[in-house]
Design a protein around this ligand. Structure first.
Ligand code: HEM
Length: 414
């Protein structure tokens, strides 16, 4: 029998839903938490508890080759290679092996080393912003270059001549190749950029073999697990994976952190008054600002029933991050941004075997970016939302600019 709940049709890419996804997410959670979206041929999952379960359910996988509509990238392309040998594709045992070896670069020593490197990079990009007035695009001038520069500093792989801007540009080109909905020219550019990156990685591997340094690549070259070690191909794939997984997410994250704080001046004031609150503010930003309707993809590898819905092998499920993070069952009064909330059970970094490898690094970067922003953002700076630009990637829009009016006053308010 059709119920009102079954009649909900949501157009995920409609401007209304993109502008404010929470009313429809609340309705779905209440009336139809596992919702079939016919226009996109996918299941939208919106309850925190269900999303948490599905992250570790063996009947669904993140490997997009399991999708009923999967079309392989061209033979020999790097996207094809990553689709077949990346962390989402390899069998569980091999995934476990590679993560264990990769984790050797994320030991407490590695993370401590990263903190200094993050600080150096953020300071370098923040310094010129201290004297700025007028409109500043906070993405191109601050949040976008930082994650790539951090990955370059941490891995030890850089452009020849330590050309940070070249590395950043190349990294952005590589990452664009992973998005669906981009045209052939972008894909071709991504392919060329990846070839350039892999030749830098291979050269650096050779150098580190001869002379190890205090960086992740040296750790990966030397990573041993019994007699096991990562092959050069594994290392190239891993560096590409770190770039793909860690640059766009954290660049957007920095932008979300800054805009969320500017749009909640009382919370921003609390941070200006007491910077020790920054780590807990980061958690609340990860809850409040990351999400929207979209989220992580899973693909069914067998037919199964979930809450009375028949999921068929090959179908796509979207585990809505905004659905999870604004679920009032877990986060009362979810649309209130409250840096004292201390949100528990955040799903923003996933759960289970694919849990974000870079979560601590991402949090460290966000913490550092906020700290620096408190120094360069003048009191009264305003986000010019209506002037932001976006690239449409189907289910979500990716912000490409974020203009902020620093005002005519001298910056550095504190
Ligand atoms: C705010 C920034 C970030 C967010 C929100 C984020 C979120 C996520 C999520 C949700 C997953 C799980 C995906 C799934 O299960 O389908 C994931 C996986 C991953 N993340 Fe992040 N991430 C961020 C930053 C980073 C950074 C900085 C790095 C490293 C430089 C990184 C590296 C990875 C890797 C390698 C995986 C795949 C792990 C695996 O499959 O075993 N991420 N991330």
């Amino acid at each position: 029998m059709a119920t009102a709940a079954n009649e909900i049709e949501i157009i995920l890419d409609s401007p209304e839903v993109k502008a404010d996804p929470y009313p429809i997410l609340h309705r779905l959670r209440k009336e139809d938490p596992i919702h079939w979206v016919p226009s996109m041929q996918l299941w939208l999952v919106t309850r925190h508890a269900d999303i948490k379960k599905l992250f570790t359910d063996p009947r669904v996988v993140p490997d997009r080759r399991a999708h009923e509509f999967y079309t392989p990238a061209p033979e020999g392309s790097y996207i094809r290679w990553i689709e077949e040998s990346g962390l989402f594709a390899i069998p569980a045992k091999e995934h476990h092996r590679q993560r264990r070896l990769l984790a050797s670069g994320f030991t407490p020593r590695g993370v401590a080393r990263m903190e200094g490197q993050i600080n150096d990079v953020v300071k370098r990009w923040a310094e010129p912003l201290k004297q700025r007035t007028g409109v500043v695009d906070i993405m191109s001038e601050f949040t976008s270059p930082i994650p790539n520069a951090v990955i370059s500093a941490i891995t030890g792989v850089g452009a020849p001549g330590n050309d940070e801007r070249r590395f950043s540009l190349m990294a952005q080109e590589v990452v664009q190749g992973f998005f669906g909905f981009v045209d052939d020219e972008v894909k071709a550019r991504a392919e060329r950029a990846f070839l350039e990156l892999s030749s830098w990685v291979r050269d650096t591997i050779e150098e580190r073999r001869r002379e190890p340094k205090d960086d992740l690549l040296s750790d990966l070259v030397n990573a041993r697990d019994g007699h096991d070690r990562l092959s050069d191909d594994n290392i190239v794939a891993q560096v590409a994976a770190l770039l793909a997984a860690g640059s766009e997410t954290t660049a957007t994250g920095g932008m979300i952190a800054i805009t969320t704080l500017l749009e909640h001046p009382e919370e921003l004031e609390k941070l200006r008054a007491d910077r020790s609150l920054i780590p807990q503010a980061v958690d609340e930003i990860l809850r409040f600002g990351f999400g929207g309707v979209g989220g992580m993809q899973r693909f069914a590898i067998e037919d199964f029933e979930f809450h009375g819905k028949q999921i068929r092998k090959g179908q796509m499920l979207i585990l809505s991050l905004g659905g999870a993070s604004h679920d009032a069952e877990v986060y009362p009064d979810p649309e209130t941004f409250d840096i004292d909330r201390a949100p528990k059970e955040l799903l923003t970094f996933g759960v289970g075997s694919h849990f974000c490898l870079g979560s601590n690094l991402a949090k460290g970067e966000l913490k550092c970016m906020i700290e620096a922003a408190l120094d360069f953002l003048p009191v009264g700076a305003k986000v010019l939302r209506d002037q932001m630009e976006f690239q449409s990637l189907g289910i979500f829009d990716r912000a490409t600019t974020c203009p902020i009016d620093f005002g005519p006053v001298a910056s550095g308010g504190n």
